[in-house]
Design a protein around this ligand. Structure first.
Ligand code: PLP
Length: 391
């Protein structure tokens, strides 16, 4: 028996500021919007969305989603090129099951989203991190790596990356696709932050390349609407979509999440998503400005780029300080974060940490950074020894 009933994946105590939490905070969960869309959809007599769903996903929902993506993703998207998922994580898991035989090598960016690494690890794959710079995956040397490793998948977060915030420029995208095709590697572009640019639009999605084969783009409503919907999509070419649609999981259970698809169909048809994304952008822009200022003030020796999109600051601690050593001190002071090592597929990035600005309002973010600054100062002081502490 438990004396507490858990209702969400993450429940942070009131006096603790966990800057590790990479999900929208409560004030950004659009209850009224969802209520309006649900009333619109459930008000009639239709019952189809209570039935096992069409394997590819409801056709009306896919049509509405295709219009939205055509307007936002820089490429023409047709409903037939979309497959509905229960979120990007589930999409990645299914793609791993269907397109990467057991024992495959999978290439990822170093660093990459730590929980995607876990999804891939569950399949027993060999995961190899490829080098990146401030703009994402390096294409110099990529051909040699692909030739040597022959990976089944190349998993990328090309836009406003988690954790770095980096965005891969169009010319590198084209090059990555060319090379991956040459070596028979399926490009899996996880583009969940695509709509969340704060200094301008993102480059065209990898969806631009799907018609030539060997590329798929994962999307999700988790970051732009609500994670509890468990709703996302895969954009790919007809043979890939056919393989997804024909899998045993869907044969048994029908299409994924028809009920949430029905509600989000109304969100899209009533044109409620675009204004919500505009609201998220304005909110995050203000939070980034406040957090950047707090970082400069409380962690003046730390390095970071101001994020142009997404959910995260990627911070380098001064003098090679190990973020995992800072974490317990920070937690004792009431602040959390994700140490860089968790995003590494080779146990590196120890002096890095990821801070999210999605979960807390500006005041809490600034206070969290202040506590973090204190924690870093304490660890550095301890490293200098007792003499320094007495000075
Ligand atoms: C890059 C990336 N992919 C996928 C996810 C999870 O997406 P979903 O909720 O659609 O499974 C996240 C969430 O943090 C993410 O950052």
């Amino acid at each position: 028996m438990t004396d507490r009933i858990q209702t969400a994946q993450v429940e942070v105590p009131a006096d603790f500021i966990d800057l590790g939490v990479g999900q929208p905070g409560q004030s950004l969960l659009p209850l009224d919007l969802i209520r309006r869309a649900a009333t619109h959809r459930l008000g009639g007599d239709a019952t189809g969305y209570l039935q096992y769903g069409a394997e590819q996903g409801d056709g009306y929902f896919r049509a509405a989603l295709a219009s939205f993506l055509t307007a936002s993703h820089g490429t023409e998207v047709g409903p037939d090129a979309l497959f509905v998922t229960a979120g990007a994580s589930q999409g990645l898991d299914l793609v791993s099951t269907l397109f990467a035989p057991p024992g495959s090598t999978i290439c990822v960016e170093e660093p990459s989203y730590f929980l995607a690494l876990r999804v891939l690890a569950d399949h027993g794959f060999r995961i190899v991190g490829l080098p990146t710079d401030a703009q994402g995956l390096l294409v110099d040397g990529l051909e040699q790596r692909l030739a040597a490793l022959r990976p089944a998948l190349l998993y990328l977060i090309p836009t406003f990356q988690n954790p770095t915030g980096a965005t891969l420029p169009p010319d590198r995208r084209d090059r990555v696709v060319d090379l991956a095709r040459r070596y028979g590697t399926l490009v899996v572009a996880d583009e969940v932050y695509h709509c969340l640019g704060y200094d301008g639009a993102a480059p065209a999605s990898f969806g631009r390349h799907v018609d030539g084969g060997g590329v798929l783009s994962l999307g999700s409503f988790s970051k732009i609407l609500a994670p509890g919907l468990r709703l996302g999509w895969i954009h790919s070419d007809p043979p890939t979509v056919r393989r997804l649609v024909g899998c045993g999981l869907l044969d048994s259970g029908g299409g994924l999440n028809p009920f949430a698809s029905a509600v989000v169909r109304s969100v899209l048809e009533l044109d409620l998503l675009r204004p919500h994304i505009d609201h998220l952008r304005a909110t995050f822009r203000a939070r980034i400005a406040a957090m950047a200022e707090a970082l400069r003030r409380h962690l003046p020796d730390a390095d970071f780029e101001r994020p142009a999109g997404g959910y995260f600051f990627w911070v380098r601690l001064p003098n090679g300080l190990d973020a995992e050593r800072v974490l317990p001190v920070a937690e004792a002071l009431g602040v959390g974060f994700r140490p860089g090592i968790r995003f590494s597929s080779s146990g590196g990035l120890r002096d890095r940490l990821r801070l999210s600005f999605a979960f807390y309002d500006t005041e809490a973010l600034v206070e969290g950074v202040r506590r973090l600054g204190q924690a870093v100062a304490r660890v550095r002081q301890a490293d200098r020894g007792p003499a320094a502490q007495c000075m």
